[in-house]
Design a protein around this ligand. Sequence first.
Ligand code: UDP
Length: 433
Amino acid sequence: MNSITEQRIALISVHGDPAVEIGKEEAGGQNVYVRQVGEALAKLGWEVEMFTRKVSAEQQTIVQHSPNCRTIRLEAGAVEFVPRDNLFGYLPEFIDNFLQFQQENGFVYPLVHTNYWLSSWVGMQLKEIQGSKQVHTYHSLGAVKYNTIDTIPLIASTRLAIEKQVLETAERIVATSPQEKEHMRSLVSTKGNIDIIPCGTDITQFGCMDRQAARAQLGIDPEAKLVMYIGRFDPRKGIETLVRAVGESQFRESGKLQLMIGGGSRPGHSDGIERDRIENIVAELGMSDFTTFPGRISQEKLPYYYAAADVCVVPSHYEPFGLVAIEAMASKTPVIASDVGGLQFTVVPEETGLLAPPQDVGAFATAIDRILSSPQWRDELGQAARKRVETKFSWEGVASELAQLYTRLLQGKYEETQQQSSEDTQKKVLLVS
Ligand code: UDP
């Protein structure tokens, strides 16, 4: 990297605001990813601006996270929350305001890293308008998602077309797991350049305390058999499978079993319907006396919760990566996850946790009981899980891989390689002929 301009990057995340509280409504893994990548890149010397859509008049327009890293909220449509499936029509205004921001500040981003399909469209327009290079992370693939839900939204065909176009035209696509790359290839397009760079987690924040210390802090019985879920309340997260599985546990009558379902916002928000549905199932199954709903847990408190648990369950129907799994693993807590997507990459069955077919209540129940039955095995799995995260999934490591990718793009290295290989091909053709 030679000049300041070469170290400037815009992370665009239209609907996933990196500066908001995580774990509520639509805020989840994408928000965490953008924020953590942004902050870690800034530590490596990059000038990072993270662009998102302003959703309320009370929100600050610019949030400075660290000297070289800030969130910039641009207006696009009414300044209010709009579900992501209804945002597409507001993107031209987002782009106008992005261009205006650049103009006012006297620079043009040579490279943008876009997140989710909405932002990918923004990136493709910026490429046309001003030649910005584009790196894209999907976070979710329409082609996969629409296979797992009953009601396909009106925006589906637009999304699928855009997801194909960006794969074929972005300078680089970042897949967060080999499984996600495979899905891109088999379901979206065989064209385009894909690199695998995983998501990361904060390995100093998670894993900094042992189980009993965490339980003492949270007021949890030291003898409890604690099964934990952390995440959004969304039917595709499979919380129902977990509840039913815990209901079948052999420890149910032991008086020691506890189920904690963390995450979600206050009643009246968009995720409230799923939360009510899950609470009703808990009540119907007679599990209310050993099930708690602590609500949204802040990033500062999360390390206690993960550390306190005997096992963390990620029962999603599908998960392109699944940050919760590596957060629990970094906290030395084994993970039982659905045998899907990125969870097949992060969780190594029988080594760092267990995998079960999605929505298979019996398989989850068996897996939970296997780990709860053997504290020694639980600890061995937890140690191996921690080691796996340390070697593969720290944000510093992820950011430095991304930084190398950006640098190569900005220095035109990929074009050189491509040109070189096409020259080689021409030479070969000449030799053959
Ligand atoms: N999260 C949180 N507090 C909560 C619930 C969730 O901070 O109460 C965070 C969690 O730690 C993780 C993210 O939200 O970093 C969820 O990311 P994941 O990839 O697991 O799922 P997504 O929400 O993207 O589907």
